[in-house]
Design a protein around this ligand. Sequence first.
Ligand SMILES: [Zn+2]
Length: 75
Amino acid sequence: MAPPGAGARRGAGDDGGVHCSEVRTAVSARLDGEEPPPGVPGPVVGAHLEGCAPCREWQERARRLKVLAAGLDLG
Ligand SMILES: [Zn+2]
């Protein structure tokens, strides 16, 4: 059993002023092959993902959904 609070010192949404919601918007855009929104360049997104486990999980889920959707959308 892990003690409460272990490894949770980095606050989500506190990476150089970029918020989780902005990072997720950029990740979604990238998955769609679109340009990331202004103000959220790739390196910032990558750095945030490294320090934010919830956003990494969100990215994984979004990618899986994308693959699923692509498979269903063949035609
Ligand atoms: Zn985040």
